[in-house]
Design a binder for this molecule. Structure first.
Ligand code: NAD
Length: 547
């Protein structure tokens, strides 16, 4: 079978640009994905569709879909097409949602084995993944926040230790060098190291820990940015560094620790041995992975005790370690609460846009537009300048940018106008990560230690999805966790197409205002001052039930 690539150019295979846009986004997540043959996009098992027959049926259906119809997808499988109306979403989907008591990894694996469900990641099954750059600004903002709080505003001469160079983890080395740090990334797979080298996210590969440390020390002395990939197991390398008395300045991990069966490779296992054990003795493999994670997290806690800034980068590693006996695993901070919450409280989060024509020039035109018209937004301007310089193109040209309430809408409407005026080669799709203010409940990641204790309440992402449907979004998705995330999270995703039409203008204004508006209200409801301020300044209609 030939490799799937997103279609480029302006020729349509569907009955309109909205349908064509969603088809290209589906193709794009596979083009950027980690294992196309298995339809796996990222996050260990995060898939674009249930299986190949489902994929082909989705493609066929999108090509036939009328503007006033809605395609319904359940866990990556197309179920049916319904007559709705021109303002309704073209696609609605629910991926990996299990009823509370049944939401366990065992049930998930069993249902997956039977072909009844998939883990859609956040952006894989919702066709919103744009490669490693999808989380790069988030990782960069975390490093910047650490720099400001702990290192006088600069990471020059600082040593970051991390692990995992997969779909999302692959953003870490580039975010590290963009922050001027020397970053060491431990990764068990040669293939993943080579992929990040070839896409330009990683600079060098070391053949041994000694070589890696020599390079890191040299870069620190010179105050130079450097990223190094080292083949090895984090469960071995972290304790080994500790044994040698080497304490990095910053420590994290972005292996797929959330998944003991398909994700985290235990110490002493090659990739082949793990693949074999997955079939012959899955229970033993999971136990071995759990113990290795515990070993790694013990080392992370020791680094913390020795003064390093240590954080969980959103992979449930502390949860797994605790289940395997590391009682104080939660002494380690979660990145959202420690570094990004003030942004989320204002609904500032990972917004993204994709040039559906495939023309990189469209992204450059939008970059320049932002630099000129969003000058007041220092974070955005700084990011766009850096991204222009450092972030390579993966798949359909795309850009991530952290924007908040009102600003996303303004940008999207301006871009829609640029499409209409023919200043761009084709329409632009707008989307965002599910890890966004009003769109995710995950008590061990997004909503840990919320001010009012509302961590586990999943009403918000469900409301978000319903509101986005009512607000005329083009695609709306509700996801819950698979693998080790089963029972841990619910999230919602949304996509909109700026095709230059007046209808698009109405959709973009309504859906984007309401998407971030609900995000602000979610945090206002939890008592965050920044959100109350945002409600006041931006005139969001919040209903008071006090007194
Ligand atoms: P992935 O499965 O594509 O990559 C994981 C990588 O870890 C693989 O390359 C694998 O070879 C490597 N690995 C596994 N065990 C290892 C070990 N013991 N030592 C060293 N390397 C090991 O996953 P991904 O898309 O990169 O996501 C990684 C994790 O981050 C997932 O748990 C995902 O859910 C989470 N995530 C967090 C955020 C966030 O916002 N912070 C966003 C997306 C994903």
């Amino acid at each position: 079978m030939s490799l799937i690539q997103a279609s480029r150019g302006t020729e349509l295979r569907c009955k309109g640009w909205r349908q064509e846009a969603l088809l290209r986004m589906l193709e794009n997540v596979l083009e950027n994905g980690e294992n196309q043959k298995e339809l796996i996009v990222y996050a260990s098992l995060g898939k674009a569709a249930r299986n190949w027959p489902s994929y082909h049926a989705i493609v066929r259906t999108l090509k036939e879909l009328e503007e006033d119809e809605t395609l319904v997808i359940q866990s990556g499988k197309p179920i049916g097409v319904f007559r709705t109306h021109r303002q309704a979403p073209l696609v609605v989907m629910a991926n990996c949602n299990l009823v509370g008591k049944w939401a366990t990894s065992e049930n998930f694996y069993d249902l997956q084995e039977k072909g009844l469900i998939i883990w859609g990641g956040l952006t894989a099954a919702a066709w919103q993944y744009i490669g490693s750059q999808g989380v790069i600004q988030g990782t960069y903002e975390i490093f910047q926040s650490i720099a400001r709080i702990h290192f006088g505003g600069d990471l020059r001469g600082r040593f970051i230790l991390t692990a995992g160079l997969g779909g999302m983890g692959g953003a870490q080395p580039l975010a590290g060098t963009m922050s001027n740090a020397a970053i060491l990334c431990v990764e068990v797979s040669d293939e993943r190291i080579n992929k990040r080298l070839s896409t330009g996210f990683l600079q060098r590969r070391a053949e041994s820990l000694d070589e890696a440390l020599d390079w890191i020390n040299d870069a620190r002395r010179r105050g130079e940015a450097l990223s190094i990939g080292l083949r090895g197991n984090a469960a071995d390398i972290y304790p080994e560094l500790l044994r040698r008395g080497i304490i990095p300045d910053i420590v994290t991990d972005q292996t797929s620790a959330h998944d003991l069966l398909y994700g985290y490779i235990p110490s002493g296992y090659t990739l082949e041995k793990a693949a074999q054990a997955r079939k012959s003795n899955p229970a033993e493999l999971q136990t071995a992975a759990g113990h290795s994670i515990a070993q790694e997290v013990e080392a992370m806690l020791a680094f913390k005790a020795a003064g390093a800034i240590v954080f969980d980068n959103g992979n449930n590693i502390r949860t797994q370690a605790k289940a395997y006996g590391v009682e104080d695993a939660f002494q380690i901070d979660i990145f959202t609460e420690a570094f990004l919450r003030p942004l989320f409280a204002r609904a500032i989060g990972p917004f993204r846009w994709i040039a559906l024509s495939g023309e990189a020039q469209d992204i450059r035109v939008i970059d320049d537009y932002i630099l000129e018209h969003f000058r007041h937004n220092e974070t955005a301007v700084n990011w766009i300048q850096l991204a222009q310089k450092y972030v390579p193109i993966e798949g359909l040209p795309a850009r991530i940018g952290w924007f908040g309430h009102g600003e996303r809408t303004k940008l999207a409407l301006d871009v829609n106008r640029l499409v209409k005026e023919g200043k761009l080669a084709g329409p632009i799709a707008f989307s965002r990560d599910h890890l966004d203010a009003g769109a995710m409940a995950h008590p061990n990641i997004m909503t840990e230690r919320m001010k009012d204790g509302s961590d586990a309440i999943a009403d918000w992402p469900l409301l978000n999805a319903m509101l986005n449907c009512s607000s005329m979004a083009d695609l709306v998705a509700i996801h819950s966790g698979g693998g080790g995330y089963a029972g841990f999270m619910t999230s919602a995703g949304v996509t909109l197409v700026a095709d230059g039409t007046e209808e698009a203008e109405i959709r973009l204004r309504t859906a984007l205002d309401n998407d971030t508006g609900l995000g602000v209200l979610r945090y206002a409801d939890a008592g965050y001052e920044e959100s109350h301020d945002e409600v006041r300044v931006k005139g969001i209609r919040r209903i008071s039930t006090e007194g």
